[in-house]
Structure formats: structure tokens, C-alpha cells
Design a protein around this ligand. Structure first.
Ligand code: ZN
Length: 269
């Protein structure tokens, strides 16, 4: 399903978890981001690429190694693939097992493979220039350790990956301190690159700058609340389902684990 289409950008929304996949078209290249989840959805994106391609190079960016962001890799083996250094050093078995389990559970026959990366992003502010298109990558761990986000110029697009969602709470599967740093970084991009369109990995795009900032601030306050042991206020748009509450409990356990690790380090010192 197409969530949003404008000249140069199509944002697809999967039936599952409001996961977005994005197709960016510039005069110089096509860029696909995190194609997922279902075989028909992935095939649609691939078909759309071929319809508009006209011999332009095809790039694919994986924002991070969570299985829902890599399971479409089989349909884009010929693309120039971009991900972070940590992405290629991650334990691929974990992600592959999750893809396999998902396929098994829903009787899906799609191939299971981990993306082969051709362009490794070693550090923040790595810029890839393709003709007049510039992709500026930033390492953005916190949600997950291999995570990167990027800006597309001159379109002023911010592909933020699994941050700034309007439907789900911040999921801290890596580190809450890094998560907060990433949120600050994302906010600075919005000003620095005069971002016109923010695309989150789950949920709806945002084209109003004050709303983008507000999303980041909601996340920030939520995490500060968790770390202070308080129930912070949830953004009105975050889903209040039993599933989301389970994720919230998981976040609490993560933050407690970090707290205990800090105490243990202090005792050791
Ligand atoms: Zn994720």
C-alpha cells in the first residue's frame, strides 16, 4: 500500500506494523530503503523500480539489522547495498533465524539471506555523491546498535529509520544513553538540512518541521521518564495496546539493566 507519493519519493506502508519502505528517484539514481515485509509488497516495490529505472543505478540502504528491515534483501541482490560497519559485523544468524521463523509461521517461501553490503559506512557524516544527489549518512545507535540514518539532498529528506515514529513508543534495544544522543543528532539535522520530509521506519511521514521536533521531544521525555523510574506521558498518537505495553515493560527492563551495569562499574572503580 502506498502511504505517500510525491515527485521523487514513494513511501510504501506494509500491512504489518505500519513498516515503511521508501523508493527515492533522482535524475542520477534510484534508492530503496528497507523493503519489507510480505512477498507481494516486496514484489511491488521491485516492479516499481523497474518501471521508472531507465538504466539508472539502483542503491539499497539498510538502516539496521532488525529482521523486518532486511527480509526483502532477496529481491535486491543486484543493487548497490549500503549499511554501517556494525551492520556487517553483527551476528547475522540472529536476524536470519527471525526471518526464517517469520516465513515458517506464515508459510512464506521467500529466500532467506543476509544482505551483502558493497558500501560500508564507517563514520558519521560520510557523504556519497551520485551526480547531483548527495546522501549524507550518520551512525544513529540506541534503538539498535547497527543503526544509521541519512539525509538526501537536494531533496531535504530525512530517512531516520526506527526513530520518530508516531505510532510506537521508542524501542530501546541497544542503549538509552545512545538513544538520547541520537535524538539530539536527529533534531540538529532537521535544522541543518532544512528537512522537508521525515520518514520513520514505522508509522507516518511528517512534513511539518515543528511536528518532527515534537516527535523527537516526545521520545526524549519518554526515555528520561523511564530512566528516572517515572511513568512519563505518552504521545497521544502512540498506540495504547497490550502489545505496546509489553514493549514498554521491555524498555523498563532494559533501562534497569543499564542502571545496574552502571552501579557495578562504579563499585569496581
Ligand atoms: Zn528496528
Amino acid at each position: 500500500m502506498i502511504q505517500m507519493k510525491m515527485p521523487g519519493v514513494t513511501v510504501y506502508q506494509s500491512t504489518l506494523m505500519k513498516t515503511t519502505s521508501t523508493l527515492i528517484e533522482t535524475p542520477d539514481c534510484l534508492i530503496v530503503v528497507d523493503p519489507g515485509w510480505l512477498p507481494d509488497e516486496i514484489a511491488t516495490i521491485r516492479r516499481d523500480v523497474e518501471i521508472i529505472r531507465h538504466e539508472r543505478p539502483l542503491y539499497i540502504v539498510y538502516t539496521h539489522a532488525h529482521f523486518d528491515h532486511i527480509l526483502g534483501a532477496y529481491a535486491f541482490k543486484d543493487a548497490i547495498a549500503i549499511a554501517s560497519r556494525r551492520f556487517i559485523e553483527t551476528d547475522t544468524q540472529v536476524a536470519l533465524e527471525e526471518v526464517q521463523n517469520f516465513n515458517d509461521e506464515y508459510y512464506i517461501d521467500s529466500p532467506v539471506l543476509f544482505p551483502e553490503i558493497t558500501h560500508i559506512i564507517e563514520e558519521s557524516e560520510t557523504t556519497l555523491t551520485i551526480g547531483s544527489t548527495k546522501l549524507i549518512f550518520f551512525l544513529t545507535p540506541g534503538h539498535e546498535e547497527t543503526h544509521l540514518s541519512f539525509v538526501v539532498m537536494p531533496m531535504n529528506l530525512l530517512m531516520c529509520g526506527d526513530y520518530a515514529s508516531d505510532v510506537e513508543i521508542p524501542l530501546i534495544e541497544h542503549d538509552s544513553t545512545e538513544y538520547l544522543t541520537t535524538l539530539e543528532l536527529l533534531e540538529s539535522f532537521i535544522y541543518e538540512y532544512e528537512v522537508k520530509l521525515l520518514v520513520p521506519g514505522h508509522g507516518h511521514i511528517c512534513d511539518v518541521r515543528t511536528d518532527m521536533i515534537e516527535r523527537l521531544h516526545h521520545s526524549y521525555d519518554y526515555i528520561l521518564g523511564l530512566r528516572a523510574g517515572k511513568e512519563s506521558e505518552w504521545s497521544a498518537s502512540w498506540q495504547r495496546t497490550p502489545f505496546m505495553h509489553r514493549l514498554h515493560e521491555k524498555n523498563k527492563r532494559q533501562v534497569n539493566k543499564e542502571h545496574e551495569a552502571r552501579l557495578a562499574r562504579r563499585q569496581f572503580d
